[in-house]
Design a protein around this ligand. Structure first.
Ligand SMILES: CNc1nc2cc3c(=O)[nH]c(N)nc3c(CCN)c2[nH]1
Ligand SMILES: [Zn+2]
Length: 376
């Protein structure tokens, strides 16, 4: 059996919840879990240089197969030394497989058991993703963790649609495993689908577990469903997943989602939220979100967050950052992004520490009291 490229080690379990503290050994470093993964869709976490991500302690970032296949093309990235060489990023990388992006970005999509036909959102050129073509792209991009091609059904899909879609995604998982050319240095993760039907989710977990993959994701969530429903599904599905393998909740999330996900046994998260809201001037703070362009910060010479230790909060005032944002100065969104990424990475550090000291629930309550439990 090939030495798995990614190995997961459970360090400590919370005595009151499903929360767990782990360690993910990858070819590009050890990732402490639970972990938040900043999203770098087009081989860059928008506005941030790799050394800034490094100084913030980011261990792993995401990139997207769909986008990089369309531009610049996986052949260019491969010749640059894969994503790590192209981006000059020393940490780990995870690539999503493109299924989700095809449905959120491409046009004229047609999905069959064979794969999904679509037209590029950039130039309208006809494209085709199948488990085999996606594995070839992800093998060329060279990420440490690669996702199977899956279908993320829309929220509210009928049960019969969900059943058909799940069968397809499970068949695609097997085809991805068979087509994966670099299992010795790229870990293929399966994706659990099934909507809000726990019997379908259970079937997905059982069939994927038989493939003995190095890790598993929970897909099909954070697609518009009410948060309580997401949390309920999570509460049932995460504990069903192999205990000794990492559990990755795709596309999540805001501070409260991270806490609720950790409580239910999730180890890995990714979300565009911190970088996306930063670009329109909204920042996370320990007392809740702050809209920096608001007039009330015009002469506020304090930091974004007095409780934040990041370099932005130690250097600049809200008044200055508000001015930059109002004046459309690029430094403005760089500073809000830097702070927001620090905020989530720091939250995960505090969560990991609270699990180590077996006081996760107390930490969560303290965080909500200051943050004000609000939906994101
Ligand atoms: C923002 N909400 C969200 N839900 C997702 C579900 C899937 C999902 O079910 N499958 C895949 N492959 N990706 C997903 C993503 C993209 C994660 N970067 C999701 N994002
Ligand atoms: Zn800060």
């Amino acid at each position: 059996m090939l030495q798995a490229p990614v190995r997961f080690e459970l360090i400590k379990r919370c005595s009151q919840t499903e929360a767990r503290r782990g360690r993910l050994f990858t070819p590009h470093g050890v990732i402490e879990t639970p972990v938040f993964m900043p999203v770098g869709t087009q081989a860059t976490v928008k506005t941030m240089a790799p050394w800034e991500l490094e100084e913030l302690g980011a261990g792993i970032i995401l990139s997207n197969t769909y986008h990089l296949h369309l531009r610049p093309g996986e052949d260019v990235v491969a010749r640059a030394g894969g994503l790590h060489g192209f981006m000059q990023w020393k940490g780990a990388v995870l690539t999503d497989s493109g299924g989700f992006q095809v449905f959120s970005l491409a046009s004229l999509r047609k999905i069959t058991d064979e794969g999904v036909r679509f037209r590029s959102h950039i130039d309208g050129s006809p494209r085709f993703f199948s488990p085999e073509t996606v594995m070839a792209i992800e093998n060329a991009l060279g990420a440490d963790i690669i996702m199977q091609l899956d279908e993320c059904p829309p929220y509210g899909a009928t049960r019969s649609y969900l059943e058909t879609s799940l069968q397809r995604t499970l068949a695609w998982a097997k085809r991805c495993k068979a087509a994966h050319a670099r299992p010795e240095d790229q870990a293929l993760f399966g994706i659990v689908q099934g909507g809000e039907h726990l019997d379908l989710r259970r079937r997905a977990v059982e069939e994927l577990a038989e493939l003995d993959l190095p890790g598993y994701a929970i897909g099909g969530l954070s697609v518009g469903e009410p948060k309580p429903l997401m949390y309920e599904i999570l509460g049932h599905v995460a504990p069903l997943m192999p205990r000794d393998k990492p559990r990755y909740l795709m596309g999540v999330g805001s501070p409260d989602d991270l806490l609720e996900g950790v409580e239910r046994g999730v180890d890995m998260f990714d979300c565009v939220l911190p970088t996306r809201i930063a670009r329109n001037g909204t920042v996370f703070t320990s007392a809740g979100k702050v809209v920096m362009k608001h007039a009330k910060y015009r002469e506020d010479f304090g930091p974004i967050d007095p409780a934040c230790s990041c370099r932005v909060c130690r250097t600049f005032s809200r008044a200055y950052i508000r001015h930059l944002l109002k004046a459309d100065e690029i430094l403005g969104v760089r500073l809000t992004t830097y702070h927001n990424v620090h905020f989530l990475l720091n939250l995960m550090r505090e969560i990991r520490k609270s699990i180590e000291e077996d006081r996760f629930l107390a930490f969560k309550r303290e965080f909500y009291d200051r943050y004000g439990y609000t939906s994101e």
